[in-house]
Structures are given as C-alpha cells and as structure tokens.
Design a protein around this ligand. Sequence first.
Ligand SMILES: C[S@@+](CC[C@H](N)C(=O)[O-])C[C@H]1O[C@@H](n2cnc3c(N)ncnc32)[C@H](O)[C@@H]1O
Length: 221
Amino acid sequence: MNFWLILRIIFLIFLIILGSFFFIVFVILRIIRRYYKFPIPGFMTRLIDNPIRRRFIQKPNRIAERMRLEPGMIVVEIGPGKGSYTKAVAEKVLPNGKVYAIDIQESVINRLKRRIKKEDISNIVPKIDDAFNLSFENKSVDRIFAIACLPEIPDPVKALKEFHRILKPSGIISLSELFPDPDYPRRKTEKKWAEIAGFELDEEFGNWFVYQLNFKKKLIH
Ligand SMILES: C[S@@+](CC[C@H](N)C(=O)[O-])C[C@H]1O[C@@H](n2cnc3c(N)ncnc32)[C@H](O)[C@@H]1O
C-alpha cells in the first residue's frame, strides 16, 4: 500500500469517529432535553449565533423578509440571543416601528442592551419577560417571532396561547427551527402545537434541515 492510500484510510477513520462522537452527543442531548427543559445558558446563545449559521443556514435578512414586515409595525421577538435576527427585523419596520426583544434571562437582555447602545439602534427594546405571561395588551402586536426558541420552552402550547392573546387579528407569528438544535421539533409537531393554540398555517419555507413557519389566527376561535 502506498503512503497516500494509508493517509486517506486514516483520515476516513478519523471522520467516522468524529461523526459518531457528534451523533452520540446529539442523541444524548436530545434525550436529556426531552425530559429536562431549561433555558440554554447565555454564553451558549453567542456560540449558536455564529457567522456560518448567519451566512449559510439561517440568514437574518431572509428570515425577516419572510415575515411580510411593514414600516411602523410593533414586533415581539421571544428569545433574541445575540440579536442578529432582532436587528434584521428592526431595520424593516423603520421608521416608527419597534421590536420588543423578550427573554427570561437577565444576562441575555443585558448583553443585547450593550449591543444596541454600541451600534446606536433606536427601535429595539430589550425586556425581561416570560413567554407564558407577556406584559403586552390583548391584540396589540403585529408580528411575533421566535428563532430556535419555542421548543426550548417547557410548554410550547401554553406559550403559543399567550402569543395568540397579544397578537392583532391581522397579525402573524413566525417560527424558525434548525436541525442541529437538540430541541428541534419536526414541522408537523410545531404545526400541531400552533393549531391547538388557535392558529392556522399561513406560509411555510425551507426544508427538513431548517424551516420557517408563518401562522395566522384561526378565523373562528
Ligand atoms: C436557543 S436561544 C435562541 C437565541 C436566538 N433566537 C438564536 O436563534 O440565536 C433561546 C432563548 O430563549 C430564551 N427563553 C427560554 N425560555 C423562555 C421563556 N419562557 N420566555 C422567554 N424567553 C425564553 C432563552 O433564555 C434563550 O435566550
């Protein structure tokens, strides 16, 4: 056997071991998350909001474009993380529109406050709030969106019912998920949650690996 062939075989074995390692970690994490839900630590939100994801997988601008945003709209984001999606949406509701970025963790909100101050963004309002009990009036919001967040919440249907309460009759909620997330639900699972909470599918985008679902309020509810 020549040297290059041996090197190729070693590289292939290395890839198989690495792939198996990540697969096993992913399966273990999925099993843990199935029975034990908690908000991911603030520093992890920085890791998942990385250039590869923003450039190739879940592009902030594309996510925002699919939400049919208009200037002046009031938008609520649940679980903004580092704020890349918040920023893309905030740009599309200018002038006069606002994005309320809601998170249950103080560390996430404080970091977002520092970012918007540094980047001088005037229409993002970071706020500590709980998806189960949002501090907004009934039917007061045009759009609600959550990226890789809803399945992390222990009772997604209860949270969706709260979104239903604050959403205007003409409003849309937009949910996006990606496969490497250990909490990733299949599309049909998320559609079922939304339907139980009083929504119907409006539009859907993406593939099995990364998708975005828009829902509107069911007419009779
Ligand atoms: C996985 S991160 C997603 C961050 C960001 N959307 C992204 O895609 O990069 C989920 C966020 O949801 C927040 N979260 C979890 N449960 C929540 C709840 N009940 N109410 C509000 N935020 C919550 C977590 O604190 C966390 O910051």
